[in-house]
Design a protein around this ligand. Structure first.
Ligand SMILES: C[S@@+](CC[C@H](N)C(=O)[O-])C[C@H]1O[C@@H](n2cnc3c(N)ncnc32)[C@H](O)[C@@H]1O
Length: 355
């Protein structure tokens, strides 16, 4: 694996000694005016003062901006994003300087040589919640060990599709020499394949954090010889034929340019046709192509087309061997009200073979 991969992480801001500061007692109006003028404000006493100021921004924007139509909602979100990212916290010797701040291990990992700088408050919040997931790890029903999702990497929070894949692997009786996992993310599908006896998995992701995170997770254990990683688009460096190709792609069509973490959720027009064309070249004659998908985009009426169904109807490359589905468990009562469509949500496992 290329060891010079640059990960995505919040960009450090140089310390400015003359900037305004905000504490609980500070008069809010001039601070909001400072933010509205595009200038930064430093939180320098308690971490919770940052949360307080975020609330004040909401109060101010609610008074100032309509927030009803979709367009207004987007404008509101953008304004909130701009304002909130001007709130800064200082980091000294890899620790947040304010009192009662969370301890975030990413600071030491990401900025080992930068002794004193600032980060925006929302970015610190993102680093903090990601660190909790990483540090505590998450239990996934189909894996023996906890998964440790790296900063900026998609990880599964519901598991029905993983259970579908696990059941399919249980009954798969083809060769298990090699497989390719496109868009490896936290590595869950690759780990499942290794657990089911695959000798070697070649995995890719366009997100450098996924590749670096998984490499670090495997370290020099036996796993690191079973799962080989390459950062890049679709199949990246992997050109050889293989008996199994797996892809859990983004499930929703994009409405704007896709980058960073969004690429785990939204697909553009070219992703599926390119994927199937490249998969055709790499799948061995009796190989299986497994694509995990969901009816989410269809039932929420984001689109009326299904990229795998389109490929089967028009691609002239693959035929359907079998399609498995599993209902996704209902949402909690707290969120049920506006998520009535969840009742019909299903994940899908499509098994394709050459025409
Ligand atoms: C829905 S996530 C699935 C991650 C993981 N395989 C899993 O099942 O939990 C999709 C993954 O594909 C990656 N991805 C999106 N577009 C890609 C592309 N063109 N080439 C390679 N990976 C891509 C994303 O970065 C993300 O990690």
């Amino acid at each position: 694996m290329n060891t010079d991969i640059k990960i995505n992480k919040p960009r450090p801001v140089a310390i400015n000694k003359n900037q305004k500061t905000f504490q609980k007692e500070t008069e809010v109006k001039p601070i909001i005016e400072t933010l509205a003028a595009g200038e930064t404000v430093l939180i320098n006493e308690y971490y919770s003062d940052g949360i307080l100021l975020l609330k004040e921004i909401h109060k101010y924007l609610r008074r100032k901006l309509p927030n009803k139509t979709l367009r207004e909602q987007r404008e509101y979100r953008e304004a909130y994003h701009t304002f909130s990212n001007l709130i800064l916290l200082e980091v000294k010797d890899q620790l947040l300087l304010v009192k009662k701040a969370p301890s975030i291990g990413w600071l030491e990992k990401f900025y080992p040589d930068n002794k004193h700088f600032a980060l925006s408050f929302p970015e610190v919040q993102g680093l903090n919640s990601s660190w909790q997931w990483y540090h505590n790890g998450i239990n996934i029903p189909v894996l023996r060990n906890k998964l440790r999702p790296y900063y900026g990497v998609y990880f599964p929070t519901r598991f029905e599709h993983l259970i579908l894949f696990d059941n399919w692997l249980k009954y798969y009786d083809g060769p298990k020499k090699t497989a390719i996992d496109v868009g490896v993310g936290c590595g869950v599908l690759s780990l499942q394949m290794v657990l089911h006896g695959f000798q070697k998995v070649f995995a890719t992701d366009t997100n450098p954090n996924a590749i670096v995170g998984l490499a670090e997770f495997m370290g020099t254990t036996k796993l690191s010889r079973k799962i080989e990683l390459d950062v890049g688009h679709l199949f990246a460096a992997w050109k050889k034929e293989t008996e199994l190709i797996v892809f859990n792609p983004p499930w929703l069509p994009a409405t704007r340019d896709v980058d960073g973490m969004d690429a785990a959720i939204y697909y553009d027009n070219t992703l599926f046709p390119e994927f199937f064309a490249e998969a055709k070249k790499r799948l061995s004659p009796d190989g299986k192509l497994v694509v995990i998908f969901s009816n989410l985009a269809l039932i929420t009426k984001v689109t009326t087309s299904h990229p795998i169904a389109i490929e089967l109807a028009e691609g002239n490359r693959f035929q359907l061997e079998k399609r498995y589905t599993k209902k996704v468990s209902a949402a909690s009562t707290k969120t049920k009200r506006d998520q009535h469509w969840r009742a019909t949500e299903e994940v899908e496992l499509w098994v394709l073979k050459h025409n």
